[in-house]
Design a protein around this ligand. Sequence first.
Ligand code: SAH
Length: 402
Amino acid sequence: MLGRIWLKPGKEKNLLARHPWIFSGAIARVENARDGDTVDVRDAAGKFLARGYYNARSQIAVRVWTWGDESVDRTFLRARLERASAARVASLDQTATNAYRLVNAESDFLPGLIVDRYADFLVAQFLTLGIEQRKTEIVALLAELFAPRGIFERSDVDVRAKEGLGSNVGGLFGAEPPERIEICENDLRLLVDVKRGHKTGWYLDQRENRRRVAQCLTAAGSRERAERQVLNVFSYTGGFAVAICGANNDARVINLDASRDALDLARENMRRNACAERGEFVEGDAFLVLRQYRDRGIAFDAIILDPPKFVHAQTQLQSGLRGYKDVNLLAFKLLKPGGILATFSCSGHVSADLFQKVVFEAATDAKRDAQIVAQLSQSADHPILLAFPESAYLKGLICRVV
Ligand code: SAH
């Protein structure tokens, strides 16, 4: 018999609206449930609402598996994995791209589980205790359904601490991935370090945006005979640079990042796509280097701003917004007339509206008029669940300075 959880009166609203989280404050009583267990959730009157996994240590005390009275067994997990995979087959051109998010946790109805595919390998993150306890079963299913050469774990993420879990990195099945896996993204070949890179190695969520930004520069056309100068701020391993140079023969890209390792891989990625001679690699703090460019009067035809998350919690909202405004203000000042700014925020606490407002304030302070060419979001393999607005985190704008 499954454990049971009774909610306080009136606390069933979120669940009825199919939001998959129950916060600890909503719970009146817990019966027969250990951390990690699958439990039934009932309203104050005892009516069945959902089935999920429980963890008393986490503020998110329950994450919902299902709103139905079905058992959460191997068949259930297989069906969820198959459904996630089918959505990727439908939405991605897998002849041009072999690296994508196969399972996006709550928004694929597998709370706490991330699975990314990189060519023949899968890289998984088990973010919660409930999903950690299903690891063996999930790995067996991934091996059976997708026949990868290997499955590698990258559960070295801060959120695990909130679940009472430490970090785990290493092979789970089959062959160990090489130091760098070559992937194909929109027909470009790129190297990914899945063992040590950020996230699971690559920012898969920016795939469509890299293409959009590259196309946008193509559409903007060549200026006179000069080469176009592009500044790729927070470049990581050069994803935007390779996409832009692949689509625009006249573009030169300065990649700016604080990480030497990331820049080394960016250089290799540009070399692999025969555009190394059009790349520059600058190690430094973006806030300082942009000020130096401003003071030296350097101007660019296009700037990409893809910073790390500035807002990790609501309490950091104001300081995070100042960071976004500062860096966007500097970028607006560095653009030539007609120049293009592609600017992003991956902070879930900053809505698309709020981000647009900050970018607007930055343009005003920089005394630039700008048009929005495109409003961007995360790639389709990072689906946004309508009932779970937290799944929308990446937003971006392509602006043209007039
Ligand atoms: N645009 C990249 C992803 C960027 S991730 C892509 O498409 O793949 C954010 C990057 O910002 C990381 O590589 C990190 O090293 C870098 N970074 C973080 N803080 C920085 C700072 N103050 N100055 C420069 N780079 C920074």
